[in-house]
Design a protein around this ligand. Structure first.
Ligand code: DOR
Length: 447
């Protein structure tokens, strides 16, 4: 593989505490050297000029729905990983709510095989907590780990039965597996369509209360503390949940958490369109579980992300077909397509002064890797950093470039976003995966 030299960018590598102008030299798909003028020393290299731009480790997503096998009309491993590359992601953890669900060795292996042949970036599969995600009996965790699962989750649904969840957590300690829970108590959200608040009342839609999430976060923290298991809270969305996680961590519980770009930046008001008060109507592209919440929740989530109580930004990229979305609200599938807008949307927190750019990058690189100890897996030492010997996964960013969101131009099959037509500030210009350019814009041509 030819040597690649990325010249003169501001290299931000939070894992190593590096922030300064440097060159990044890549040899044989691994990081070779990082430092001022290092690129000048190499001959016969492909070169990229990153002057005036940010160079960071490739982003790592703990929560991606790739939909394959079974829902290829919504997304495939090929289209989802191309969307990932365009969003700056070089590693995506694939959720198991496929058909069949990823609850067996063969299902995990088939995802890895497909990713090997059609994937543009690294795919790390997540296995199910329960067989078929039905919440009735435990999936074979040892077999899932051996096949390559990096965590287990029934995401899309919570494991409702507390006793089963207790056993899942206790059993996971044998394998050191994170148990990633979708925290919404089914009996409290039944038929609920959006956040329980004034917008739901105004639209006449049944609500999903914040307490549906918080009761399950509290329950699962208690259960995890019982066995010392690693509980991971998926897409945390309320101020109350943040307080519970903060208290648990202060006690030394092994609890990690992720938050999505949309829960950080958008409120339940997105669900309502209104040209004037007479024409208020709903927008299914903002329907998601857990739902978009209120301003006070956004503030608490941003602060918790800043303070490290929330470990990672995760996209919950949930692509759906138009026929799943442009229908009656209660029939519409929940979820937002997010990989291609995650960086630009999350950059709002930097432009608004909530996070510094290095902290944002940490929560998209080293933070998720540390949360799930992904760098302890074979071949992944140094993942989420630009340490010598690490996989050469690098992203080049312009934090100030403004660009219009045009869903029809997404690589993802999912066009389901409430951001269409809006302008985001913060753009991914190029993505290098394993030493190869997998995405580049006209701004950073190789020479
Ligand atoms: O809105 C959601 N969509 N939340 C989930 O947890 C699952 C996801 C999906 O798979 O579409």
């Amino acid at each position: 593989m030819p040597t690649l030299a990325i010249h003169n960018g501001r290299v931000i590598d939070p894992a190593l505490g590096r922030d300064g102008i440097a060159d990044v030299v890549i040899v044989d798909g691994r990081i070779s050297r990082v430092g001022p003028n290092e690129g000048d020393m190499v001959v016969e290299a492909e070169r990229i000029d990153a002057t005036g731009l940010i160079v960071s480790p490739g982003f790592v997503d703990l929560h991606t729905h790739l939909r394959e096998p079974g829902f290829e009309y919504k997304e495939t491993i090929a289209t989802g990983t191309l969307a990932a590359a365009r969003g700056g992601y070089t590693t995506v953890c694939a959720m198991p709510n496929t058909s069949p669900a990823l609850d067996s060795r063969s299902a995990i292996e088939s995802v890895l095989r497909e990713a090997e042949s059609t994937g543009r970036v690294r795919v790390l599969p997540i296995g199910c907590i329960t067989v078929g995600r039905k919440g009735q009996e435990l999936a074979p965790q040892g077999e899932l780990v051996e096949a390559g699962a990096v965590a287990i989750s029934d995401d899309g649904d919570a494991v409702a039965d507390p006793s089963l969840m207790r056993h899942a957590l206790a059993y996971s300690t044998r394998f050191g597996l994170p148990v990633a829970q979708h925290c919404e108590d089914p009996s409290l959200v039944r038929d609920g369509q959006m956040h329980e608040g004034w917008v739901a009342t105004r639209l006449g839609l049944r609500g999903r209360p914040a307490s549906a999430e918080e009761t399950m976060v509290a329950r699962d923290i208690a259960l995890a503390e019982l066995s010392g298991a690693h509980l991971h809270i998926c897409h945390i969305s309320t101020a109350g949940s943040v307080a519970l996680v903060a208290a648990a961590r202060a006690r030394g519980a092994r609890v990690t958490a992720e938050v999505t770009p949309h829960h950080l930046t958008l409120t339940h008001e997105e669900v309502a369109f209104a040209e004037d008060y007479r024409s208020i109507r709903y927008n299914t592209s903002a329907k998601v579980n857990p739902p978009l919440r209120e301003e006070a929740d956004l503030v608490a989530l941003g602060e918790a992300l800043r303070d490290g109580i929330i470990d990672a930004i995760a996209t919950d990229h949930a692509p759906h077909a138009t026929s799943d979305k442009e229908i009656e609200f209660n029939l519409a599938s929940p979820g937002l397509t997010m990989l291609e807008t995650a960086f630009g949307l999350s950059m709002r927190l930097v432009h608004d002064g909530v996070l510094t750019l290095p902290v944002l990058i940490e929560r998209m690189t080293a933070g998720p890797v540390r949360a799930w100890r992904l760098d302890e897996r074979p071949g992944l030492a140094g993942l989420g950093s630009l340490a010598p010997g690490a996989p050469a996964d690098v992203v080049i960013l312009d934090p100030n470039a403004e660009w219009p969101v045009e869903p029809e131009r997404f690589a993802s099959k999912g066009k389901n976003t409430p951001l269409g037509g809006r302008t985001l500030r913060g753009r991914v210009l190029a993505t290098v995966y394993g030493g190869q350019l997998v995405y580049e814009t006209e701004r950073v041509g190789a020479y």
